[in-house]
Unconditional design. Structure first.
Length: 234
């Protein structure tokens, strides 16, 4: 096997960590392989880079077969993996992307594809796809602190409590709605729609409805970190 790797040119695949918040948790889009290697194991959607394709064209084409690409609100390159034996049968490079689907979008999926909670991933996934998913989660968490990428996770319009729930699910810890609103408004990221959401069964005042001012990723505070409650640091 090692001789095969050393005497042949590498193949190149693109894969995507597609994340979405649902039911209060962060989920990744995974599909169950039908063939070896790793038959019946969960893996990331993706496939081989074809002659004449760019990496972005390749992954968007792969995602069209798993989830309508128009529903992916953000897509960026995450990392390239080149370990010679990451594939048991060939020398294979893999370029991974991070994609984000808004919480209010639930695209139809083929039978072999499912949203699985990132904090309950299968212990054994195909290839090195488990650490790639976790790398995508960490990239998202970091960017939630210093960019406006929350627009890609959140519904197009939302109350502050709804947005707080999205951030909490993605970050993996509780977030204060008051603090979140203060931070995002100080950065100029939110704008009111002029609408109000009727209170739920518990009653209360109608809640103001907001949207993100921009739907393009921008660095808003290069030094900001959204820490869990009680964490040390400024």
């Amino acid at each position: 096997m090692g001789q095969q790797h050393s005497n042949s040119l590498p193949t190149h695949v693109t894969v995507a960590v597609v994340l979405r918040v649902g039911d209060g948790r962060l989920h990744a889009l995974l599909w169950q392989r039908a063939r070896d290697p790793f038959a019946e194991s969960w893996s990331l959607p993706g496939g081989y880079l074809q002659r004449g394709q760019t990496l972005a064209e390749s992954i968007r084409g792969q995602l069209e077969t798993k989830v309508d690409v128009r529903e992916v609100a953000w897509l960026e390159q995450l990392e390239t993996l080149s370990e010679p034996h990451r594939h048991p049968g060939e020398w294979q490079l893999a370029t991974a992307y991070l994609g984000i689907v808004p919480a209010d979008v639930d695209p139809a999926l083929p039978p072999d594809t499912r949203w699985l909670a990132v904090d309950e991933l299968p212990a054994a996934m195909a290839f090195d796809h488990r650490p790639i998913v976790l790398a995508g989660r960490e990239r998202l968490r970091a960017k939630l602190s210093y960019t406006n990428i929350g627009f890609a996770l959140a519904p197009r319009t939302f109350t502050i409590s709804e947005l707080r729930d999205v951030y909490s699910a993605a970050l993996g810890h509780g977030v204060s709605a008051t603090n979140l609103q203060r931070v995002l408004q100080r950065r100029g990221l939110l704008e009111p729609t002029g609408q109000r959401r009727s209170p739920g069964p518990g009653g209360g005042r109608p809640a103001a409805v907001y949207r993100f001012r921009s739907r393009k990723v921008e660095v808003t505070d290069p030094f900001a970190v959204l820490r869990p409650p009680g964490a040390a640091g400024g």
